[in-house]
Design a protein around this ligand. Structure first.
Ligand code: MN
Length: 298
């Protein structure tokens, strides 16, 4: 079943019916004695769908805590701080009627957004504050490689991985978020399991690589890619040529990254829409982000 094509067709038909209904002096309509019931416009349908439970809103963010795993780079590279919360007042003498904190956090901590300017190949390209709001919203392509990742923690997505998804779901729609479903999100609160260091001391987790990034940036029209692990590249990308090839190619092409996603297993392979809006930090290379998806209820 080409579910994505069906869902897309349904939306197009709904929109066409609505447009026709709104068109002035629509030929046959004038001869009808009783007016046809007005079809629900798509946006109203979405809002009603959420209110009535036909549509669900899925939270794709992990909770940001002082224990949230943070990437560790070897010397001589600098590392990012994680998340820390500092209390300002808590309904006490410092503020009897209010509770608030100030926070310190790296731009690339927890579930976060990678902007093109994060990478040297994207130097001079967009940072988070340069992006238009429409660039945060796109159809979700969810590629399930969880059984491969369970067998091989160093799994790297390739062009073929994506072509296999397209065989069942149709071609990746324009301006899509391409999400790699690996099952890694279940390790998010256990840093040891999340980094999965081998006897060599190196981490092992799945992700995108050079082959998939070249295909997605050159032969498809996407917003960016997302993973459940610490970065969009697989761990083995650290020693690849170029290093972290997905970051290098994706950001060089002006595309985005989403990492440490949660609840990816709750997404359909196709038919959901993802909204990932980073904080509008001046010259920010990224930002923690509450990624959400809207999908038909199952
Ligand atoms: Mn990042």
């Amino acid at each position: 079943m080409r579910r994505q094509s069906l869902a897309f067709t349904a939306v197009v038909v709904m929109f066409a019916v609505w447009t026709a209904a709104c068109a002035p002096g629509g030929g046959e309509r004038e001869t009808q004695s009783a007016p046809a019931p007005e079809p629900t416009p798509p946006l109203e349908g979405l809002a009603k769908g959420i209110a009535q439970g036909h549509m669900q809103v899925i939270d794709l963010a992990q909770r940001l805590t002082p224990e949230t795993p943070i990437i560790h780079l070897p010397p001589p590279f600098a590392n990012t701080p994680g998340f820390k919360r500092h209390e300002i007042s808590n309904y006490d003498a410092k503020g009897p009627a209010w509770y608030w904190n100030w926070i310190e956090v790296g731009e690339h901590a927890g579930t976060h957004f990678d902007a093109p300017c994060h990478w040297v190949t994207g130097k001079g390209k967009a940072c988070v504050d340069d992006l238009e709001a429409k660039e945060f919203v796109g159809p979700a392509v969810v590629i399930d490689v969880s059984s491969e990742a369970a067998k091989n923690a160093d799994f790297v997505a390739t062009r073929q991985t994506i072509l296999d998804w397209e065989k069942n779901n149709g071609q990746i729609p324009a301006r899509a978020w391409v999400i790699l479903r690996t099952g890694w999100g279940s390790r998010a609160n256990d840093a040891k399991a999340f980094f999965n260091a081998g006897s060599d001391g190196s981490p092992h987790y799945p992700g995108f690589g050079k082959d998939s990034a070249e295909f997605l940036t050159k032969e498809r029209d996407i917003l960016g890619v997302g993973t459940e692990a610490i970065g969009t590249d697989a761990a083995v990308g650290a020693t690849a040529d170029p290093p972290f090839p997905n970051h290098s190619i994706m950001h060089g092409a002006g595309k985005f990254g989403l990492t440490q996603l949660a609840n990816v297993d709750k997404l359909p392979a196709a038919g959901a829409v993802i909204i990932a809006a980073p904080l509008k930090i001046q010259d920010g290379s990224g930002s923690p982000v509450r990624v959400i998806a809207i999908a038909p209820s199952r």
